[in-house]
Design a binder for this molecule. Structure first.
Ligand code: 4UU
Length: 523
C-alpha cells in the first residue's frame, strides 16, 4: 500500500506561476521582496512586478515568446528574480544554468535546451561568448544584468515603452528546464510545468511557517531547484523578504545573516559543519535565526543537533530532487523534536512507495526500498529523452528516485542509501557518466569508471578508477588536472585509483556495485 501524506490534500490553483505569485501584494507592495546581501540594495514587491512586466515586454519586442527557451546564467541577486519571472511572463521558458559551468558545459546546455538568448553578468561574458560560438548562436544573443561596453543590459530592457504581451501560457505548459542527470547518464533537461512549480509552493506552504515576517537567506543558488522554489519563489509566495548572496563565504554569510536579521537559513550539509564547528561563528549575533533547514544531501543528526544547540534554533531536514520541483518530504516547523536523521513526512498531495529494486515488490515499515513518489510536483519528463523518461516515470505516475529509504509506521521517512549512479559533492550533482566520457577522451586512458566515496571528513567525493593504455605511465595528479581543466570545480575527480580492468556486466554496463564493494573493503 502506498504511504499517503499524513497532511490533508491542498488545492492547486490552475494558473501560470506569474498569476499565482504576482497578485495583490496588499500591504506588502512597498515592502522589500529581495535584498542584495552584500550591498543592502532592496527591491519591493511592486518594483519587482514592474520590472517583470518591462522585461516581458522587451523580450516580446525582441521576438521571444511561447515555446522559446532563454538561459539564465548568473549568481543570486534581486535582478535574477526579475529576469526569471520576466522570461516566464513573456510566455517563454527558463533554463537555469550552474554559474560554475565551463564554456563547454554551458554550450551543452544551450544546445540541448535550444536556448535563443542568455542572461548573464559581465564577469561571465568570456565563458558565454565562447559557449555561444561553440553552439553557433549569434554573439549578441546576450543580455547582461549589470553593464558591459557594447552589450544589451537589463537597464536597456527596462527602458522599453512597450506593453507586456498577453499571457498565453497555461498551467500545463513548461516553465523551467533545470538540468539533472537523474538516475543515470548525463545531465538532462527536466521539464517542470507551471503547475509543478505552483503545486510545490502550495504543498510546502503547509509545512513551514514562512510569512511576511520571515527573512529568508538565499545563499544556495537560484539556478538549482532548491534555491529556485524554496528560496526565491517560496519567499515571493509567502510575501517574505529574501536576502540574496552571490556566493558562499563564511564570514560574509555570517555578517549578512546578522546585519539583515535573517530568520530562516536554507543550507546543504557542508554549511552545517561550519555552523557547528567554526570558531568565528561566535563573533556574530545570530540570535535572529529561528530555523536552519538542510537539504540536498544527508544531514548527520549529531551535526544538526550541534547547530541547533549552538545557535539556539530549530534545525529541520527535507528531501528533494530536481524532478520533484523539488520537495517531496520534509519536517514541519512545528516538530522541532523529530529525529534529524529523517526527512520527515510526505508533504500534502504526495504518495510514496518503497520498492525492493531486486524484486519490484513494495516493502513494509522498517524495511529498505527504493523511494517512488507520485504527486502534482512530479516532472512531466526529460527534454527530448523519452528513454530516460520511461525508466524514471512509470505508467502509474510514480517517479523512481534512485534513493533508498525506510519509513516508520507513523510515516516518517529516512534516506539510507542511493541505488542510482549520481554523486553529490556538497549538495551539487556530479554525473559519473559525464566524467567517464571525459576521461575516455584522454589518450593514455583505456577505460574508466567513477563512483562516490567518502573522504576523511565523511564528505562524498568523486573517485575515478582508471585503466591505463598499455605502456602509458599516467599519474593520479595528471588525471585530476586533465578533468579539472575541462569541467566545473564541483565535478572535479578528487581521488584516483589505477586498476587493471573495470568490472562490467555481460551487456557492458559498469558494475558500480562491485567498485563500491571494493571501496568498502579498503575502508
Ligand atoms: C539525502 O538536491 C536536490 C534538492 C534538494 C532539496 C530541495 C528542497 C532538499 C530539500 C528541500 O526542501 O535536487 P537534486 O536533483 O540536485 O538532487 C537530488 C538528490 C536526491 O535524489 C538524493 O540523492 O539529492 C539527494 N538528496 C538527499 N539525500 C536530496 N536531499 C537529501 C536528503 N538526504 N535530505
Amino acid at each position: 500500500m502506498p504511504v499517503r501524506s499524513p497532511y490533508a490534500d491542498v488545492e492547486i490553483p490552475d494558473v501560470p506561476l506569474f498569476d499565482f505569485l504576482f497578485t495583490d501584494f496588499g500591504e506588502r507592495a512597498g515592502a522589500p521582496a529581495f535584498v542584495d546581501g552584500p550591498s543592502g540594495a532592496a527591491i519591493t514587491f511592486a518594483e519587482l512586478e514592474g520590472m517583470v512586466l518591462k522585461i516581458a515586454a522587451a523580450l516580446s519586442e525582441r521576438g521571444i515568446g511561447a515555446g522559446d527557451v532563454v538561459a539564465l546564467f548568473a549568481p543570486n541577486t534581486p535582478s535574477y528574480a526579475a529576469v526569471f519571472h520576466g522570461i516566464l511572463r513573456a510566455n517563454a521558458i527558463v533554463t537555469s544554468v550552474n554559474s560554475l559551468y565551463t564554456p563547454g558545459e554551458l554550450a551543452h546546455q544551450l544546445g540541448d535546451s535550444g536556448a535563443k538568448l542568455v542572461f548573464t553578468v559581465s564577469p561571465f561574458l568570456d565563458r558565454v561568448t565562447a559557449a555561444l560560438a561553440e553552439v553557433g548562436l549569434p554573439a549578441d544573443a546576450v543580455v547582461v544584468l549589470d553593464a558591459a561596453e557594447g552589450r544589451t543590459s537589463l537597464r536597456d530592457l527596462l527602458a522599453t515603452t512597450a506593453e507586456p504581451p498577453a499571457q498565453t501560457v497555461t498551467a500545463g505548459d513548461t516553465a523551467v528546464l533545470p538540468y539533472s542527470s537523474g538516475t543515470t547518464g548525463r545531465a538532462k533537461g527536466v521539464i517542470l510545468t507551471h503547475r509543478n512549480l505552483v503545486a510545490n509552493l502550495c504543498q510546502i506552504a503547509e509545512m513551514g511557517d514562512v510569512s511576511s515576517e520571515t527573512k529568508i537567506l538565499a545563499v544556495l543558488p537560484f539556478f538549482h531547484i532548491y534555491g529556485m522554489t524554496v528560496m526565491m519563489n517560496q519567499g515571493l509566495h509567502r510575501r517574505a523578504t529574501v536576502v540574496t548572496m552571490p556566493k558562499f563565504d563564511l564570514p560574509e554569510f555570517l555578517r549578512v545573516i546578522s546585519e539583515h536579521r535573517v530568520s530562516r537559513v536554507y543550507i546543504a550539509p557542508p554549511v552545517a559543519v561550519a555552523l557547528a564547528k567554526h570558531p568565528i561563528v561566535d563573533q556574530y549575533d545570530l540570535s535572529c535565526i529561528d530555523v536552519v533547514f538542510s537539504g540536498a544531501a544527508p544531514l548527520d543528526a549529531e551535526l544538526g543537533q550541534a547547530v541547533a544547540k549552538r545557535l539556539n534554533c530549530t534545525v529541520l531536514q527535507g528531501y528533494g530532487m530536481t524532478e520533484l520541483s523539488p520537495v517531496s518530504h520534509c519536517m514541519p516547523d512545528d516538530r522541532p523534536d523529530m529525529d534529524l536523521n529523517t526527512c520527515g513526512f510526505a508533504i500534502p498531495n504526495v504518495e510514496s512507495k518503497l520498492v525492493d529494486p531486486e524484486t519490484g515488490q513494495e516493502v513494509g515499515p522498517g524495511e529498505r526500498g527504493e523511494l517512488w513518489v507520485r504527486g502534482p510536483n512530479v516532472m512531466s519528463g526529460y527534454l527530448n529523452n523519452p528513454e530516460a523518461t520511461a525508466i524514471t516515470l512509470d505508467d502509474e505516475g510514480y517517479l523512481h528516485t534512485g534513493d533508498v529509504a525506510t519509513v516508520t509506521e507513523d510515516g516518517v521517512f529516512t534516506i539510507v542509501d542511493r541505488v542510482k549512479e549520481l554523486i553529490k559533492y556538497k549538495g551539487y550533482q556530479v554525473p559519473p557518466a559525464e566524467l567517464e566520457a571525459l576521461l575516455l577522451t584522454h589518450d593514455e586512458i583505456a577505460d574508466a569508471a567513477v563512483i562516490g566515496v567518502r573522504d576523511a571528513d565523511g564528505e562524498e567525493v568523486p573517485k575515478a578508477f582508471v585503466v591505463r593504455q598499455a605502456g602509458a605511465n599516467l599519474g593520479a595528479a595528471e588525471v585530476m588536472a586533465f578533468v579539472a581543466e575541462r569541467i566545473a570545480p564541483h565535478k572535479k575527480v578528487r581521488v584516483v585509483e589505477f586498476i587493471d580492468e573495470i568490472p562490467k556486466s555481460a551487456s557492458g554496463k559498469i558494475l558500480r556495485k562491485d567498485l563500491r564493494a571494493r571501496e568498502a573493503e579498503r575502508v
